[in-house]
Design a protein around this ligand. Structure first.
Ligand code: NAP
Length: 293
């Protein structure tokens, strides 16, 4: 199987390089080789490699910055995936692409299924939704995997920020009215590999699938898990447990509005691919074991 991966240096792309390697011949490209802000330039890369599967982990993920540069976000999140879809369809290849809970408006408190009405609150969500629609309209065989609250071992992430703040400050305030599932890039990559094998073997229909870790929490719950784990491992944590305040989103105004309900119903993915999605705490504990040693 020939797999062409875009976005190899992102959180998910980095883990995909590991998880997809055993499936066949993997060709992984980063932003040094291709520019998603020039969508038509991507066609040549697909034609030159002649893949069986195109995997797109590149995206404009700077949610607040996207408010100030909506045209660039649209090119990267919608027009570039549209070109990949067209070229993958012409090559008879599958397209695997990632999307987000931010395509929804975040109302209510029930987990949303794949067919729930969309209603993005910000530019990032709107451009990601446009990307999904372009892929669906192209006729390419596709797996669009919507995920949420992604963290990886590389680069900055929420857990690292909380670990730093917990050692610097004796009081913290963390949002508790946004609910979702922190999901590790490792899990996303491993599930992607399983899903590709099943899809290429004819065992899974083209479509959108929700892919997150199991369970749910708030950013406050996530922060408490991280900080208490650090304390139990002997890190010099300054903030007391009762000094981690739970506050509403309105205490931290941002250029882009965020959905309050980021819960995604993953039943379709688990049923279709025969997979289990471990509780979010498992992946976060593993991340902490790596960070804290
Ligand atoms: N992060 C989240 O919390 C989250 C939540 C839900 C869904 N998702 C979705 O999951 C997928 C993977 O996200 P991630 O967290 O792995 O993102 P990430 O770490 O921000 O990585 C994004 C990748 O896209 C590349 N990229 C950005 N602009 C580019 C351009 N103009 N040309 C070529 N490459 C470009 C970046 O390259 P450089 O590193 O070289 O800049 C980076 O490798 C995305 O589709 C995202 O929308 C993410």
């Amino acid at each position: 199987m020939k797999i062409l991966l875009f976005g190899r240096n992102g959180q998910v792309g980095w883990e995909l390089q590991r998880a997809l390697a055993p499936l066949g011949e993997l060709h992984a490209l980063g932003s040094d080789a291709v520019d998603f802000a020039e969508p038509e330039s991507l066609a040549a890369s697909v034609r030159a490699f002649g893949p069986d599967v195109v995997v797109n982990a590149a995206a404009h993920t700077a949610v607040d910055r996207a408010e100030a540069e909506p045209e660039r976000a649209l090119r990267i999140n919608a027009e570039a995936p549209a070109v990949l879809a067209r070229e993958a369809a012409a090559a008879g290849a599958w397209l695997v692409h990632y999307s987000t809970d931010y395509v929804f408006d975040g109302s209510g408190d029930a987990p949303r299924g794949e067919d729930a009405p969309t209603g993005p609150l910000n530019v990032y969500g709107r451009t990601k939704l446009e990307g999904e629609r372009a892929i669906q309209a192209s006729g390419v065989r596709h797996l669009v995997l919507r995920t949420s609250w992604v963290y990886g071992t590389r680069g900055g992430n929420f857990a690292r920020t909380m670990l730093r703040l917990a050692q610097e400050r004796d009081r913290l305030a963390v949002i508790d009215d946004q609910i979702g599932a922190p999901t590790g890039a490792e899990l996303i990559a491993d599930v992607t590999a399983h899903a590709i094998r099943a899809a290429v073997a004819g065992g899974a229909p083209s479509g959108i699938y929700h892919l997150t870790a199991g369970g749910q929490t708030s950013w406050h719950g996530y922060a408490c898990r991280v900080i208490e784990a650090a304390r139990s491992k002997g890190l010099p944590v300054k903030v007391a447990r009762e000094a981690i305040a739970a506050v509403p989103s309105s205490e931290f105004p941002t250029p882009a509005a965020r959905p309050q309900n980021s819960r995604l119903d993953t039943a379709k993915l688990r049923r279709t691919f025969g997979l289990a999605l471990p509780p979010w705490q498992d992946g976060v504990d593993r991340l902490l074991a790596e960070i804290l040693g």
